[in-house]
Design a protein around this ligand. Structure first.
Ligand code: PHE
Length: 458
């Protein structure tokens, strides 16, 4: 077996972990789900979940990974041998396969957009044309499947390069550029006439729009955007040297993800209202609104190309983390079979993703439980498997690892006041499991059922 993979520096790890977190979740999904789920109130609930459940969970995954230096499945095995806890790792790897299969469909749309913008055929279109163009990109079976394939090939090529050469190198230069471009976008969007309405839609909570489903979506969104619940961060932190500070890394990843979420919202919603779009447009939202904002700018075409390139990078850095957990669990840290496993997984994921790629065209009307294949996969992953995985990870850390060991792990590489540790421990041991179970039951309608029973018979 070759030497264990390692990040070359602490910054490398933070950038890669933030690269995994920041992707379609914060930039594409959050705005459109917030748009269809009431705007500000959804965003606020998402933020609360991110801070109070997401952040403690992120540290938990870091602890499991760094303390064992093992990939997702073996990590649970080495902490709790002869138990069934490694099922959490298997669930994570399985979920990653499904997640990546539809994630790369959206990644493919971006590839398609980018190729078109490079040829200049995207600029100066009328608003309607962007909607039409997006319609073609997602519904034409050859384009959808071809672009999905291209995206997977790109992801495999990076992952087969390994931790330092592949993943870290890409993240290092992409993240800072993405921030700068977002600032430019937000500035333009906020200075459009009529932008304020969008700001208030995005930041002013209207709780009348909140349903139990909204809360479940916000929970799923918080985990999705931080790459939590499927042990991605376990695998990534297993490449971390023992001396690095886990809380500091957590603050950086959570802080950057929240920042990008806010920037994405501020880039999109003001423009939605100023340029006459509907916030409830759905998955097409950023693909139709942002090109229109660029049209309002000097050097718009150039900025559009840049933005699409960065969006593609952000998406790729998340996709590689998904593929990495799968490949790492198959190779068990050996680099000899990495290439073979990366390509084999790529082929399986591509095949599984085909019905998702066709969900906006040929299979648009083939519904399962009222959802297209794509939406069903997304629903299962985001709203069932990620929260379920997160619940199990919280139970594992809160019950299977002794408190003293947890404190030792958290304070290794940083001095964490004991009071702060206790707060974290309380959140992970009690608050997180209870909150997740509560949101699940609420969404299942159990509480309204009980209330009705009490009213009827009480
Ligand atoms: N966090 C990524 C995004 O927001 C998606 C992801 C989820 C990646 C879970 C890895 C694990 O795009």
């Amino acid at each position: 077996m070759t030497k264990h993979n390692q990040w070359s520096s602490k910054l490398g790890f933070i950038l890669a972990a933030a690269g995994s977190a920041i992707g379609l979740g914060a930039i594409w999904k959050l705005p459109y789900v917030a748009g269809t789920s009431g705007g500000g109130a959804f965003f606020l609930i998402y933020l609360l979940f991110t801070v109070f459940l997401g952040a403690p969970l992120l540290i938990s995954e870091f602890i499991i990974g760094r303390s064992t230096q093992k990939e997702a499945i073996s990590a649970y095995k080495s902490i709790a041998p002869n138990s069934s806890w490694h099922f959490v790792g298997i669930l994570g790897v399985g979920t990653s396969i499904v997640l990546l299969s539809f994630y790369s469909v959206v990644g493919g749309w971006i590839v398609n957009y980018l190729l078109r913008s490079l040829t200049g055929s995207l600029s100066k279109l009328e608003l309607v044309d962007y909607q039409q163009l997006f319609g073609t990109i997602i519904s034409n079976p050859f384009q959808a499947i071809g672009a999905h394939l291209l995206f997977i090939i790109l992801t495999v090529l990076i992952v087969q390069g390994g931790v330092q050469k592949g993943i870290e190198r890409v993240s290092r230069f992409m993240m800072p550029s993405l921030f700068i471009l977002f600032i430019i976008l937000v500035t333009r969007s906020l200075t459009l006439e009529g932008a304020f309405e969008g700001v208030s839609f995005f930041l002013k909570p209207d709780f009348s729009a909140v349903s139990s489903e909204t809360i479940l979506f916000a929970l799923g969104q918080a985990f999705f955007a931080l790459s939590l619940g499927i042990s991605t961060m376990v695998t990534y932190s297993s490449y971390l040297q023992k001396g690095e500070s886990l809380p500091r890394s957590m603050f950086s990843v959570v802080g950057l993800t929240i920042l990008i979420s806010i920037l994405a919202g501020l880039a999109i919603f003001p423009a939605v209202f100023a340029l006459g779009f509907e916030p409830t447009e759905g998955p097409s939202l950023i693909f139709t609104v942002l090109p229109a904002v660029f049209n309002e700018m000097a050097f718009g075409t150039l900025f559009l190309v840049l933005f699409l390139a960065l969006l593609l990078f952000a998406t790729i850095t998340s996709a590689i983390s998904l593929l990495e957990i799968i490949v790492a669990s198959l190779t068990k840290g050996s680099n000899d079979t990495r290439r073979k496993m990366a390509w084999t997984s790529g082929i399986i994921i591509f095949t599984l993703g085909i019905p998702s790629a066709l969900s906006f065209g040929l299979l648009e009307n083939s519904l399962i439980f009222g959802l297209t294949f794509f939406s069903l996969m997304d629903f299962l992953v985001s709203n069932i498997f990620l929260p379920l995985g997160a619940l199990l990870i919280a139970l594992f850390v809160g019950n299977k690892i002794p408190k003293e060991i947890l404190y030792k792990e958290i304070s290794q590489g940083s001095s964490v006041p004991y009071q702060l540790f206790k707060l974290w421990y309380f959140l992970i041991r009690y608050v997180t499991p209870v909150a997740i179970i509560f949101v699940f039951l609420h969404a299942l309608g159990i509480f309204s059922f009980i209330k009705k029973m009490v009213l009827t018979f009480g």
